[in-house]
Design a protein around this ligand. Structure first.
Ligand code: ADP
Ligand code: MG
Length: 496
């Protein structure tokens, strides 16, 4: 596999490079060791295999930037798809009126309405509702699914009252549609579904325009509403954050999965320039960076998890940094420690052998325990994995969790720097010469403080203290819903 060859290459060069920086992580590790009864060999090897010293981070950020360029040059040109969003006008704050959004990305869909009051009043009011999708619809026909969604939307729209005012006679209500499944877009308001993912197996949608599917379902119900913008959740997050802050150039989601998008100049997108309808200016590009794989330090646990996953060999970056996997990697390490070294006693509990039984929120909670004997760690381990532990095995568990979170956070940070470097490389000063904001969202980023700190630390290490002062990495909570409504406003059929 190409991934492994590259890693070997990275390993061989990093000890030689930058000897000045090498002692730093070692100091930290000595401190950790002195508080444990004895260093555990599996832990020591894990820490070595997961290490992300500066040369590794630098390799990752450089490779990310290079893969981005290749993906922009041609479809299929790199691991990164670099999907064109056709979002070429970002919210300015001047948007006015009532707009709707629909977010479909998992087992729930969310509907939202927002009353926009322009520069002075901004967001006058918002309201949203969440509807869960009955599981039989995930295996039904396309029409059944979209009829269900449209009827939820119709019910929600019928409750429009109070501060929400649609006073545009003869017009139709406009909707921003956040759709987090792979689509091939050719314009802001159309996109062909490539395939369903995340457990959906709806027949008859693949190969069709999902915007038409929704518009037709709304028509069948006689609704006065249509889709003006089809966006990915990362793109929605960027638009939502940009509404409040003109310096937002990048958005990153770190939740169950991960993705990133950024504002690119049209001249820097060769594959778009081939399109006769391309305009000058800029466009949001959805990197689909979860598929990145170049030079990521991997362990035996990652390789085994990948091999047993539903998509072996794919989404390697996602499998190393996102919420779905961090707990599972840690579980695999603990299982090996339990089997080979009996750190939890003679028998290996059933629960610890169950894939995905240790979740990322669990390893996060484990890391928050500051009590002397790590009692919280003990009870989480017992509850989730059925293991009995003592203070010294709990300390080892904490170090395992920290190692996995550290690698994830630092690699995510290197990925962000890769995007910034790509943008700066095209136009000097455009990123590092002024304030630039990276909008972050997703449950992992929001709830895991150590992960967040490791991410920031890697960005600062890579950029240096001075340059990193201009880079603001900021949580933008749930911006994607409003972002989609804003893009419906920006792309309103009545304004063009
Ligand atoms: P999604 O990515 O599914 O759209 P979210 O952005 O809300 O949804 O992210 C949910 C994910 O965030 C969970 O799958 C989990 O991996 C991670 N997560 C949630 N809570 C925590 C927590 N307390 N600590 C660490 N990770 C968490
Ligand atoms: Mg999400």
């Amino acid at each position: 596999m190409s991934v492994m060859t590259t890693i070997a290459a990275v390993r061989s060069f990093h000890p030689a490079r930058s000897p000045r920086r090498a002692p730093r992580p070692r100091v930290v590790m000595t401190a950790v060791r002195s508080s444990t009864i004895s260093a555990h060999p599996i832990l020591t090897k894990l820490q070595r295999d997961c290490a992300t010293p500066l040369p590794v981070l630098r390799h990752v950020s450089d490779a990310m930037a290079a893969d981005m360029r290749d993906g922009l040059a041609a479809d299929g040109g790199s691991d990164l798809k670099m999907i064109l969003s056709y979002v070429d006008a970002l919210p300015t704050g001047n948007e006015k009126g009532l707009f709707y959004a629909l977010d479909l990305g998992g087992t729930n869909f969310r509907v939202l309405r927002v009353q926009l009051g322009g520069k002075s009043e901004r967001v006058v009011a918002t309201e949203f509702e969440q509807v869960s999708i009955p599981s039989e619809l995930m295996f039904g026909t396309s029409e059944e699914l979209f009829d269900f969604i449209a009827s939820g939307l119709a019910k929600f729209a019928n409750e429009e009252a109070g501060k929400f005012l649609f006073d545009q006679m003869g017009r139709t209500r406009e909707l921003g549609f956040t759709f987090s499944f792979p689509v091939k877009q050719t314009s802001i308001d159309s996109g062909i579904l490539i395939k369903w993912t995340k457990g959906f197996a709806v027949s008859g949608t693949a190969g069709k325009d999902v915007v038409s599917c929704l518009n037709e379902a709304m028509e069948r119900l006689g609704m006065n509403m249509r889709v003006s913008a089809l966006v990915n959740d990362t793109v929605g997050t960027l638009a939502g954050a940009r509404y409040w802050d003109d310096d937002v150039m990048v958005a990153v989601i770190l939740g169950t999965g991960t993705n990133a998008c950024y504002v690119e100049r049209v001249e820097a997108i060769p594959k778009l320039l081939l399109d006769p309808n391309s305009k000058s200016g800029s466009m949001i590009v959805n990197t689909e960076w979860g598929a990145f794989a170049n030079g990521i330090p991997l362990t035996e646990f990652d390789r085994e998890m990948d091999a047993e996953s539903i998509n072996p060999g794919e989404q390697i970056f996602e499998k190393t940094i996102s919420g779905m996997y961090l707990g599972e990697i840690a579980r695999r390490v603990l299982l090996k420690m339990a089997k080979e070294d009996r750190i939890f006693g003679e028998s290996v509990p059933e629960k610890l052998q169950t894939p995905y039984s240790l979740r990322t929120p669990d390893i996060c909670a484990i890391q928050q325990d500051s009590s002397k004997d790590f009692e919280v760690v003990g009870s989480i381990l017992h509850e989730v994995s059925g293991v009995n532990s003592n203070p010294s095995s709990r300390k080892i568990v904490m170090d395992v969790c920290d190692t996995i979170a550290k690698r994830g956070g630092r690699l995510a940070g290197a990925g962000i720097v890769g995007i910034l470097q790509k943008m700066e490389g095209d136009t000097k000063g455009v990123i590092f010469g002024k304030r630039t904001v990276v909008a972050m969202d997703g449950g992992l980023y929001e709830h895991y403080p150590q992960y967040r700190n490791y991410l920031q630390e890697a960005v600062t290490e890579l950029l240096g203290v001075e340059a990193s002062k201009n880079i603001v990495i900021e949580h933008s909570k749930d911006g994607s819903g409003i972002g989609a409504a804003l893009l419906a406003a920006t792309n309103s059929m009545y304004e063009h």
